[in-house]
Structure formats: structure tokens, C-alpha cells
Design a protein around this ligand. Sequence first.
Ligand code: IPD
Ligand code: CA
Length: 267
Amino acid sequence: MPTDGIAARRSFAETVVREARDLALEYFGDRGRLQTSLKGFQDFLTAADGAVEALIRARVAEAFPDDGFLGEEGGGGASDRLWIVDPIDGTANFARGEPYWCISIGFLSRSTPMIGVIDVPMLGETFAATRGGGAFRNGRQIRVADTPSFESASIEIGWSPRRPAEHYIELIREVMQRGASVKRSASGALGMCWTACGRTDAYLELHINSWDVAAGLVIAREAGAVVSDFFTAEGLTEGNPIVCATPAIAPVLLDLVGQRTKVLRPA
Ligand code: IPD
Ligand code: CA
């Protein structure tokens, strides 16, 4: 895809995410409008998720009518030019009034993640990257941490009921045994941004969906992280494991998560 097409879409994504942020904040500030429900065990949904996704979907259709769109709430399918959107990642936090949530907009060209824009409204932070162009937070370039070993590493391990709790607990045990501190903050998209800017050293999860990681993959890799090849096999539609880590600790984590196939080195 020509670089001007990518540049135009990056600029569009950064504009539309601001409009989406304003709408999400209207809901966040008015608990009565949330209409929180459960899609399944520990799988929260609020009225904001649908409204924010509908807004972004409509703006994409106006600006790039031939592009495809896949959203967590409204679905969608494969396309050579595909937007992948998580309207609110960290919905459980959002539903409880906790500030750790974000809006995630990714763009893929022929299955290659090209653009990632993730906005964190309650922190006033926007992470953005284009493949080959570096990763930025509020316009300043970011890099992964240079933590030398597990003994001083901080690692986030995401969880959902889509995989057995025993597997999650076993993974925590394996990582802690190597000396790392383990946390879970309940937003996969933000977990990858935190690794990208050095606040953590890795984000792992045994299964995650494409809308959770499409934008974060570009941001993390452009910031120097090693990431697993998420879009391999049926990753787009069925999800996959994710490993996103600094180069120093990635090999062990890739081994633990069992993603020994293709790995994408830092940009
Ligand atoms: C979830 C969050 C969570 C991750 C789950 C996701 P949601 O998305 O990213 O951190 O562990 O796999 O499903 O429900 O907050 O949009
Ligand atoms: Ca999500």
C-alpha cells in the first residue's frame, strides 16, 4: 500500500480517536448511562462499548468506504485493508469507574499491522505508531526498558475465562520462579503500551483477540519489543496467544507460552 495511504489513515485515526475519547468520557462521567451487563463470565459490556464502536465505524465508512472493519462489538471480516477496533479495552475497569482503560484503533494492510493508535483518556496519553516509523506517546518517541534480567523484571500476564484458570496459575508460577514480579491490570491493549514505554518488561496472555492487540502490536514492535506473530493461522478471527517483551527476556517467555513458531523481531 502506498505510504501516502498509510499516512492519511494514521492522521485520520488520531483525529477520530479524539472524538471517540469525548464520547467515552461522557459515558464514564455518567454512571447512570452505562447499562452494564455481562456477555459471559467476567466479560463486561457497557453502553459505551457499542456507542464508541458505532462512531468509529461510521467515520471509517465515510472516510475510507472501501476499507474493511472489524470491531469487538459489531464484528466484521477479513479485508486487504482492515481497521480493527476495540472501542473500550479494559471494560471491567471502565464499568467500575477505574481509570485504566483505553480506545484501540489498528489498521492492517494485507494482514500486516501498519498503524496503531491507543488513547488513554483518563491519563491524557495517546500512543501512536506506524510500521517503520517509530512509536510515540503524546508525540515523544518511546522505547522498551533495558531491564537486564528476570530478577528485576515486571511482567503483566493477562487473563480471561477463555482459557482454564489452571493454565494461567501455572504460567504465573513459572514466571515468578524466575524472579519476576507479576501483575494483571485488565487491559491487553494498555499492557502492550506499558511494555512499549518501559513501564513493564512484557505482556503475555494465553489467548487474546485481534481487537485487543492489533494497535498494540505496531506500537510495541516499533518501540523495540519482540512480539509473537499474532496474525498467524486463525489469529484474526479466533485469537491467539500473545507475547510482547523486551528482547532480553522474550526468548524465555516465548518458550513458556509455547509460541515457538514465528516471532517478529523489533522494527
Ligand atoms: C479484555 C482485556 C483483558 C484481557 C482479555 C480481553 P475487554 O478485553 O483486554 O485485559 O485479558 O483477554 O478480552 O473485555 O476489556 O474489552
Ligand atoms: Ca478488549
